[in-house]
Each structure stands twice: as structure tokens, then as C-alpha cells.
Design a protein around this ligand. Structure first.
Ligand code: SF4
Length: 290
């Protein structure tokens, strides 16, 4: 397959065919993110995306069950790109059961209800939304490009159009100074966005990013591991999604957890408390990834 630069996808799309219909991220300002800094955002030529679908169809079309459309906020694609891509995928992959992409709140809010409904009807199933925090102070500091209210509205409109949403939050995004507010407001945001899937990742300060420069000059300090797990504990304890699959299976996390919320809350909190007490080994720093 033909890819430009590094390509990222959520852990649950590890077995998906990845189609790179956009290059980079149209926002590309989040202070902690270095995923697409080496790319200048552009929509890939539609003919090239459709050609890739045909190549994938010939190579493995009958085996492909999931399609993930990259890069960083592919929902930004206009409908005259999305609809032929969705049609090509339906035609080429007879066993297809999921099409997903990353989306910012802005991407969702910039689409009309009718456009969202067309995308859903065309087969786009799941949106991965990464508000990272529910605290507006933190959201401004990390230059997320949307407030908590924007993310809540984006989730509401996505659900109304029939999408399932997967919400990603980022432990440590508020730094030590804003750790408590970050955790509490993030729990409230998860409750309000009410996703079907909910994942927590842990912030890694990547050299060269704006947040790394803040860290170097003492203006940002990541909580220690106990502080990060404490944030996770607050989020799990206080978030009240209707019924969400919860995971911390991303390589950035110190403690892989999983279950349903709220059904498994007590069990997950017990595991977290055992880890905080040192009774469960944490992923060593050397084994963590971005
Ligand atoms: S929206 Fe996502 S991909 Fe784009 S800069 Fe922010 S974190 Fe990175």
C-alpha cells in the first residue's frame, strides 16, 4: 500500500486496512502532538485514494473487515471525497463491517446534519474523538481547537446521525498544576459525551513539541506516575457514561485496564488501587510508546 510518512491508527483498528485519504492534520496545533508536524496538511487527490482502494481490493478485498481512513482528522474531507471512498470500500470489501476515522469537534461541527447522515448512510460507522480534557483552561493551553461544550455538541450531533463514538482523553494534559481540575472536568465531559467507547492515554512530552519547550522552561510539569494514575482513578470514579467499553490498552499507559463503565467500575477501581499500592506491576518506562 502507498503511504506518505508515518501513519497512525487507534489500537482497536490494528487489523484495519488503512486508507490515507488526507495527509497530516488540518488542525496540527495541539501542543503535545508531534504525529503530523512533519507534514503539511492536504486532502489527497481523490483518484489516488480510489486507486489505493482498488489495489487493496485486488490484494485482500475479500478479507478486509475494517477500514480506517487516515490521517489525523480525516472527517474534514468534503463529501465529494467521502462518498466515492465509502462506495468504493463497500464494493471492494464485501465483508466490511466498520469504517472509522479520527475527527475533531470542529470537523463534526463543520458538517451539516444532512451531511453527517449521508456519511453514516454511506457506511462511515465510528468516529474517534480526542478532546483529551474536559477542562476549558487545559483545552486552551493545549490548543485543542475546541471547548468542552464544542465536544459535547459534536458528540450529540454525531450520535443523532447514528455514529458510534470513541472518546480519547489524555492523562497528564493539565500538568501538575491543573491535574485535579483536569481529572474532574474530564469525568464530567465523558459523562456528557456519553460515548460507546472510552480510552485514556498518558501524555508523553515529546522533544520538539511546544509542550516540551514549556517543560524545559519550567512552565509545564507532568504529574508523577502516582499522580497520573490518580487522575485516572478520579475519571473512572466520577464518569457516568450510559454503557461504555473502557480501555487503557494504548502503549503510552502505565497500567492496562479494561471493562465496561459503569458496570465494572468497582472492579477497575480496585485494580487501580492495588496498582497505586504497589501490588500490581506497572509497565516499565522503557516499554511505553506514543
Ligand atoms: S487534532 Fe489530533 S492529530 Fe491534530 S494536532 Fe491535535 S492531537 Fe494531533
Amino acid at each position: 500500500m502507498r503511504y506518505e510518512g508515518r501513519v497512525f491508527r487507534p489500537p482497536s483498528e490494528h487489523d484495519a486496512y488503512i486508507l490515507q485519504a488526507t495527509i497530516g492534520c488540518s488542525h496540527n496545533h495541539c501542543t503535545y502532538c508531534d504525529m503530523y508536524r512533519d507534514k503539511r496538511f492536504r486532502v489527497r487527490e481523490l483518484g489516488a485514494s480510489l486507486e489505493d482502494l482498488q489495489l487493496a481490493t485486488r490484494a485482500a478485498g475479500s478479507r478486509i473487515e475494517k477500514l480506517f481512513v487516515a490521517d489525523g482528522d480525516a472527517l474534514v474531507l468534503p463529501l465529494d471525497h467521502w462518498l466515492p471512498i465509502l462506495a468504493g470500500a463497500r464494493e471492494g470489501f464485501p465483508r466490511l463491517r466498520r469504517i472509522s476515522c479520527y475527527a475533531t469537534a470542529r470537523n463534526v461541527l463543520d458538517k451539516s446534519d444532512a451531511e453527517l447522515a449521508q456519511l453514516r448512510a454511506g457506511g462511515l460507522t465510528r468516529l474517534y474523538l480526542g478532546p483529551e480534557s474536559g477542562d476549558d483552561v487545559v483545552l486552551r493551553r493545549i490548543a485543542k481547537g475546541g471547548s468542552a461544550a464544542d465536544h459535547i455538541e459534536a458528540a450529540r450531533r454525531a450520535h443523532a446521525a447514528g455514529f458510534e463514538t470513541s472518546v480519547i482523553v489524555l492523562l497528564g494534559a493539565g500538568g501538575l498544576e491543573r491535574s485535579q481540575e483536569h481529572a474532574q472536568h474530564t469525568a464530567a465531559l465523558v459523562t456528557a459525551m456519553d460515548p460507546a467507547y472510552f480510552a485514556a492515554l498518558t501524555l508523553t512530552v515529546v522533544p520538539g513539541t511546544p509542550i516540551a519547550r514549556l517543560a524545559e522552561t519550567g512552565r509545564f510539569e507532568l504529574p508523577d506516575v502516582a499522580g497520573l494514575l490518580g487522575e485516572l482513578r478520579t475519571i473512572i470514579d466520577c464518569a457516568r457514561p450510559t454503557d461504555a467499553v473502557f480501555r487503557t490498552n494504548h502503549a503510552s499507559n502505565y497500567l492496562p485496564l479494561g471493562g465496561r463503565l459503569p458496570a465494572d467500575r468497582v472492579r477497575i477501581l480496585r485494580t487501580l488501587d492495588a496498582a497505586l499500592a504497589g501490588a500490581i506491576p506497572l509497565r516499565p518506562e522503557s516499554a511505553r510508546g506514543l
